[in-house]
Design a protein around this ligand. Structure first.
Ligand code: GDP
Length: 524
């Protein structure tokens, strides 16, 4: 297969949303178009679990299921779609951020009644770090929702993102009858038969909606649509691709309405893989040599088997079953004997992947997050970020003889992205950092099950931590020397300052203007 053509067909994306906005329902409906009906059932099973239980085995089981659904690949409209799932629970948001480093675009689902919610905003900000183009789907139009103009205004204001509505709702809640396509001037009706052609509109006035809206709503809807056509920004492909503008579609995932439009629009406008910055050069998707990077590691759900699946995104060339790649961090060869491909349909013959595709590589701990795989070239990819954790806990193992084993186990867990680990420079017990408390449960459960290490967490006096950087290494030395009890090294040996409060952090920032205290760090 021609590499340029193969890459041009790929659409690698994620769906981001606040819990309950309808991500799972939309995923399920999107997969129906790709013919992945059985998988859609599994997604549903996952949704029904409501991810709130904190028992470790439950989480593991949960994660076991999500191994299947972490990546869903399907073909539609002559494109190969790779849909990357992100954990529903915000305690695992680290995982989500890393997954977003592997996509080329995202669909942002918003509940029409709620607008932009906290997690939508946070996830959007992560997308913005890489200017990932975003298509917005305003969901649940079959329920009472907010005024569409107000919702667009909120996206513009809260996210500083231009909006271009592609369609406009006709009615809402009980009167919801479909959408008016602002570009094509056609009506797509909620009650239309599958594959029915949309209705062309010649004149836009109350009579246009004679057979779909109550009389009292017809004139206002016509006026609203006329206003939207006149006043809203038209879609602009360049601004969308640069991450400045989002096309907005209205629909209802539950009623499977607007989903086909959404996916067809993704085929048309969502970017295929583009050249990616690597440490030494830009890597074009049709470069003949294979390159890729690991953005996520999933432990086997069976704790007796130490094998893990590393999810790697292919950035260039062709990855085929059985090929030998080089693991850049160690310079050693790694044999890709049994890579997993994620075609939703039964495609047993698939045994190669191209730029934009995701493959699962089983391994026993050889691969870690951020690892680059190449055909011998020495390069790494930027952009798998770490965020400063929000909870810091000291880890204590009951048997002091096991301190060394604990360090090794923690290193492994950090390499998998389960937690972040900080080793205090004063030699005291390691500190782990997490975004959410469930991560601590997972760590504790896994250390007990896989390493026979019963551990306890203790609160520390530290509340926040930041990586410290400076153009002048002497400044760092000076700072570290006078804050010895507050300094630690992360997995890569990067220096971290741990502060007892954000007040202290601000104070130190003022005192040391030559030092940058950052809360985001790219993996090496
Ligand atoms: P997630 O947490 O974002 O994955 O959201 P889910 O897909 O699990 O949906 C949350 C709830 O909203 C479920 O009860 C869904 O049935 C419901 N829901 C999702 N989409 C729609 C929709 O278009 N209309 C209505 N009325 N309910 C919806």
């Amino acid at each position: 297969m021609n590499l340029t053509k193969a890459a041009a067909r790929r659409r690698t994306f994620a769906i981001i949303s606040h819990p309950d906005a309808g991500k799972t329902t939309l995923t399920e409906k999107v997969l129906l178009f790709g013919g992945a009906i059985q998988l859609a059932g599994e997604v549903k099973a996952k949704a029904n679990r409501r991810q709130t239980r904190s028992d470790w085995m439950d989480i593991e089981r949960e994660r076991g299921i999500s191994v299947v659904t972490s990546v869903m690949t399907f073909e539609y409209a002559d494109c190969v779609f790779n849909l990357l799932d992100t954990p529903g629970h915000e305690d695992f948001s680290d995982d989500t951020y890393r997954t977003l480093s592997a996509v080329d675009s995202a669909i942002m689902v918003i509940d029409a009644a709620k607008g932009i919610e906290a997690r939508t905003k946070k996830l959007f900000e992560v997308c913005r770090l890489r200017d990932i183009p975003i298509v917005t789907f305003i969901n649940k139009l079959d329920r009472e929702g907010r005024d569409p103009f107000e919702l667009l205004e909120e996206i513009e204001q809260t996210l500083a993102l231009d909006t271009a509505p592609i369609n406009w709702p006709i009615g809402v809640g009980r009167t919801f009858a479909g959408v008016y396509d602002l570009e094509e001037n056609v009506i797509r009706r909620l009650d239309a038969k599958e594959n029915a052609a949309p209705e062309a509109v010649d004149t836009l006035d109350a009579s246009t909606f004679a057979d779909c809206l109550p009389e009292s709503d017809r004139a206002t809807t016509a006026e609203e649509i006329a206003l939207a056509k006149a006043a809203c920004r038209p879609f602009d492909l360049d601004s969308f691709r640069e991450g400045h503008l989002t096309p907005v579609l209205f629909g209802s995932a539950l009623r499977n309405f607007g989903v086909r439009d959404l996916i067809e629009r993704m085929a048309k406008i969502a970017p295929s893989p583009e050249p990616r910055p690597a440490s030494t050069r830009m890597v074009a998707p049709d470069d003949p040599k294979m390159t890729g990077f690991v953005f996520k590691i999933q432990a086997n759900m069976d704790p007796n088997h130490r094998d893990r699946i590393a999810f790697a995104r292919v950035c260039s060339g062709r990855l085929s079953r059985g090929m030998k790649a080089m693991l850049v961090r160690t310079g050693k060869p790694i044999s890709l004997q049994a890579p997993q491909f994620f075609f939703a349909q039964d495609r047993a013959t698939v045994d190669e992947a191209f730029a934009g595709d995701i493959v699962g590589i089983p391994n026993h701990g050889t691969l870690r997050i951020g690892d680059a795989l190449t055909e011998g070239e020495n390069l790494t990819f930027r952009g798998v970020p770490s965020f400063a954790p929000e909870i810091l806990r000291r880890v204590r193992v009951q048997d002091a003889m096991k301190a060394k084993k604990l360090r090794e186990a923690l290193r492994q867990m950090a390499e998998e992205g389960v937690v972040q680990v900080f080793l205090p420079v004063d030699g005291s017990q390691p500190i782990v950092g997490v975004v959410g408390a469930l991560q601590l449960d997972v760590l504790k459960g896994r250390l007990a099950a896989e390493y026979s290490l019963p551990i306890e967490f203790e609160t520390t006096r530290f509340e926040v931590c930041r990586w410290v950087e400076s153009a002048d290494p002497a400044e760092i030395d000076k700072f570290a020397a006078s804050h010895r009890g507050d300094m630690a090294e992360d997995l890569d040996g990067a220096l971290v300052y741990m502060a007892t409060s954000s007040f202290m952090l601000t104070h130190e920032r003022d005192r040391y203007p030559a030092i940058t205290f950052t809360d985001i760090k790219d993996y090496q």
